[in-house]
Write a protein that binds this ligand. Structure first.
Ligand code: HEM
Length: 443
């Protein structure tokens, strides 16, 4: 610990009720909870169950954690989601470095661009299917079916209804587990609580599909699965069977739920704001030549891009980023002790009135000049894909998928619904509290 670290005052602490700490207040209203945290400062300690936590709420502090001092933090060894433990999202140190190096080439621009046709034609098929359904479509189910189809085809070289159903069951189990009150998560996994049973059932189903995919893969293709299997049979890096499986589960989870959530929010806002939908449709009608968007259309789809940026601001799919301090660290002039869980709550920072006018209003116009943000808004006031060495590996994939899908859907349909305000459920992803039922009218 450096002298400067020892000298810095301890970050202020927000008191919660004994044992549960701040879990009750967070569970009641996450937005109000973080407003209260913010009233203590930009770096604030609090407790959640048995965990010592610190919220970092200023963009400069967020930059320090993610970009300037990443080595001072590790991925938290927190709420047990054993199926993800050996994959890219949760590994650390040399092991993470090796995995990231091996997987990064799959996400180079040239590779991602070859997926554009699949992303857009699947979006066209989904839009037509939704428009044919006179009864309305449950948004969460429909968008996740779409993103899973894309993921299956592009990264796994395989996709069937059976795979999709199992992945959905597994992803729901993981989401439920990672969104739980930490006090509940502290109960041992072998205890047959309803939550533990649901988690095991969902995850066993997902593991069953992953095992079938692994058994069928011969490692000759260019997709993620083939690359992992080929590297494995070559003995590169001493990967174990568990790691291979964990890696696939990580990509199935991280790669579909986040994008599906963003698409759900985008369609919901189009149904709520006819003026946004009309502007989007006039752009796609002018730019798209045929019935779906192409790679070549992307630079001209600037309003589509604005809508997506605003979705990722107002409803950041990842909701918050977590780290754990390896040693005492100074952030924003305050000391955070070792072994503290550090939270960077996107959903709070993205709606902080210091950086955003009318922050709760969905307004794509605020992104009109993306290269010249208004005022002196710091960079990390907006970080939907994280930042620094551990920024989202799928960022380019997701942004392209969302732009192609939204443009294609807007070209083929007009979306509407009767929901006034579905509410936001801040778990490990930012979901609508009530799943909106959407109607699609063919154009
Ligand atoms: C709108 C869609 C998405 C959002 C908002 C999003 C957000 C994020 C964020 C915030 C992180 C950083 C987490 C941290 O620092 O702890 C992350 C990491 C990650 N994301 Fe995404 N993501 C999206 C789509 C995807 C897709 C499509 C894939 C895969 C195809 C993916 C795979 C991953 C993986 C594997 C990591 C871990 C990277 C590492 O630690 O090296 N994500 N994502």
């Amino acid at each position: 610990m450096s002298e400067a670290t020892t000298d810095a005052p301890l970050a202020p602490k927000r008191d919660g009720v004994p044992v549960l700490g701040s879990a009750v207040a967070f569970g009641r209203d996450p937005y109000a909870f973080y407003e209260d945290v913010a009233s203590h400062g930009d770096v604030v300690r609090f407790s959640m169950g048995t965990y010592d936590m610190a919220g970092v709420l200023h963009p400069n502090g967020i930059r320090r954690v993610l970009v300037e001092e990443p080595a001072a933090f590790r991925k938290p060894d927190g709420p047990g989601v054993d199926v993800l433990a050996d994959g890219l999202l949760l590994t650390d140190g040399d092991r993470w470095q090796r995995q990231r190096g091996q997987l990064q080439p799959l996400f180079y621009r040239e590779r991602i661009e070859t997926y554009a046709e699949t992303m857009a034609t699947y979006a066209a098929a989904a839009a037509d299917e939704w428009a044919a359904d006179a009864g309305g479509v449950q948004a969460t189910e429909a968008t996740s079916r779409y993103t899973l189809r894309v993921l299956g085809k592009t990264l796994l070289g395989a996709e069937t209804d059976e795979h999709r159903a199992a992945v959905r069951a597994g992803a729901n189990a993981i989401r439920e587990r990672t969104s739980e009150n930490p006090v509940a998560v502290d109960l041992p996994e072998w205890l047959p609580t309803p939550s533990n049973c649901r988690y095991r059932r969902g995850v066993d189903r997902l593991n069953g599909v992953v095992d079938t995919l692994l058994a069928d893969a011969d490692g000759t293709g260019e997709d993620l699965l083939s690359v992992l299997v080929a590297q494995d049979s070559g003995g590169a890096g001493g990967r174990t069977e568990d790691e291979l499986r964990s890696q696939l589960v990580t990509f199935l989870f991280a790669g579909h739920e986040t994008s599906a959530t963003a698409l759900t929010w985008a369609l919901y806002e189009l149904g709520r704001k006819p003026e946004v939908a009309a502007r989007l449709q006039s752009e796609v009608d002018a730019v798209l030549d045929g019935g779906h968007a192409t790679l070549g259309d992307l630079p001209a789809l600037s309003y589509t891009e604005q809508v997506i940026r605003e979705v990722l601001r107002r409803y950041p799919p990842a909701s918050a980023i977590f780290r754990e301090t390896r040693e005492p660290v100074v952030v924003g002039g305050y000391r955070i002790p070792a072994d503290t869980f550090v939270v960077l709550p996107q959903f709070h920072v993205h709606t902080d009135p210091r950086w955003w006018d009318e922050p709760m209003t969905f307004d794509p116009e605020r992104w009109t000049d993306v290269d010249d943000p208004p005022g002196d808004r710091p960079d990390y006031a907006y970080f939907p894909f994280g930042g620094g060495p551990r920024h989202c590996i799928g960022m380019r994939f997701a942004r392209m998928e969302l732009q192609l899908a939204l443009a294609t859907i807007a070209r083929r349909t007009t979306v509407s619904h009767d929901c006034d305000d579905v509410g936001v459920d801040v778990g490990s992803t930012t979901q609508p509290a009530t799943d909106p039922e959407l109607r699609f009218e063919a154009r």
